[in-house]
Design a protein around this ligand. Structure first.
Ligand SMILES: [Zn+2]
Length: 400
């Protein structure tokens, strides 16, 4: 029997043979000790032993013990490397740039390049992503919580919740919503980082493709993936809180949401509503032409959406009911819509034409494409209704 090494197994093999950050530091200490410096030893050791930005940050911290005679990597380079070391400094520069560390240095040219000193690492490059997360997220979580509390506290929302779900459920579940929001806190993780479980260390296997997630087992946490840089972090938190509340009570059930995100006459299967599409480009062309004329946009935008939706094979996730509900709430945060106000076509138009980009809105549009591009105003009306709005598409006047 022949067993193939998969890519992920191969990565583990490479990691096992990779020198540790500590041994890279030891190499540097020995390369700069005594008379003269051994640039090749430093370059080789970094090249082999420093895999990414985080490891370089760790390496830089080790300089604090002063064993090299300098208290940072930067100072070591400036102290040990002279005019003739241009090629060495350039090699180190290239290695660091590849590892996402921003570096600059001075150079000049007289018949050949020379190093002019001033090797400098952008201090922002030396912030560990976990530390960056801890600075960025707590205030965003507070904002997201406040946004939700406002929406839930609105008389319009309350009134419509009661009308739809009854006084009994309102009394039972509404206080639980507030409780859950109050209790929410953050936990951070990195892709493939280590976590301790009891007295063992395991590789962190939490969702690597997610910006953040919540689960029903630990409802007091929002888990944030600090390896990814989320441009819409506040909306992501609004999205996650929706999942947390939905885990307590479905104030819209699957059928309600299914009716919005499913083609007429199509039933939803399990968790997936309108998953995938049997439609081909030729089937949707008439509708694309009709809709694009109506909206006054090029049909190419819609064709691209359809092509992307079909190729990317996002079946379950694109139209999944709880995800769709979370996306609507995140969109409302993006547009800063108060309870009583509607999402309108004008708001989402720049996202259809690609003038603006937004993950949450993108997914709604992908689901729209998978369902064959129904009348967008009709879709928005139905979406607005899910968050207890009236269905008049342009009624944005009832501010509270
Ligand atoms: Zn989600």
């Amino acid at each position: 029997m022949k067993i193939l090494i998969t890519e992920s197994q191969y990565k583990v093999l490479l990691e096992q043979s990779k020198p540790s950050v500590q041994s890279v530091y030891n190499d540097i200490v020995s390369a700069v000790s005594g008379i003269g410096t051994e640039p090749d030893k430093i370059i080789n050791s970094i090249s082999m032993g420093i895999a990414d930005k985080n490891e370089f940050i760790t390496l830089n911290k080790l300089f604090k013990d002063g064993k090299t005679g300098y208290n940072s990597f930067e100072k070591m380079i400036n102290g040990e490397f002279g005019v003739n070391n241009y090629n060495d400094v350039k090699e180190i520069f290239d290695l660091l740039i590849k590892r996402d560390i921003n570096v600059t240095f001075g150079s000049g040219n007289q018949t050949m390049n020379y190093y002019n000193g001033g090797f400098k690492i952008d201090p922002k490059s030396l912030v560990h992503p976990l530390d960056a997360c801890k600075t960025k997220y707590p205030q965003l979580l507070e904002q997201a919580k406040n946004w939700w509390i406002k929406w839930l506290s609105s008389p319009i929302t309350k009134q419509k919740f009661i009308k739809k779900n009854g006084e009994k459920d309102f009394k039972k579940y509404y206080p639980q919503f507030f409780e859950a929001i109050k209790k929410l806190k953050l936990d951070y993780y990195l892709d493939n980082s280590e976590k301790s479980v009891g007295n063992k260390t395991e590789i962190d296997d939490r969702l690597q493709t997610a910006y953040a997630f919540v689960d029903g087992y630990t409802p007091e946490y929002v888990y944030v993936n600090c390896s990814l840089n989320d441009d819409d972090a506040l909306e992501t938190l609004v999205h996650e809180i929706q999942h947390t509340l939905y885990n307590i009570y479905h104030y819209n059930d699957w059928t309600d949401i299914g009716n919005v995100f499913t083609k007429k006459g199509e039933s939803y299967h399990g968790y997936t509503i309108g998953g995938g599409t049997s439609l081909e480009m030729k089937d949707v062309i008439p509708q694309i032409n009709k809709i694009s004329t109506q909206l006054g946009i090029s049909p190419n935008y819609l064709k691209n959406y359809f092509k992307f939706a079909k190729d990317s094979n996002t079946d379950g996730y694109a139209c999944e009911h709880t995800e769709s509900m979370s996306r609507i709430m995140a969109m409302r945060k993006t547009f800063n819509i108060k309870p009583g106000q509607n999402i309108t076509y004008e708001m989402i138009k720049p996202y259809i034409t690609g003038e603006k980009e937004h993950g949450e809105i993108g997914w709604i549009l992908i689901c729209w494409a998978l369902n064959g591009f129904e009348d967008i105003n009709l879709l928005l009306n139905k979406m607005n209704k899910l968050v207890y709005q009236d269905t008049k598409p342009t009624d944005n006047t009832r501010l509270t």
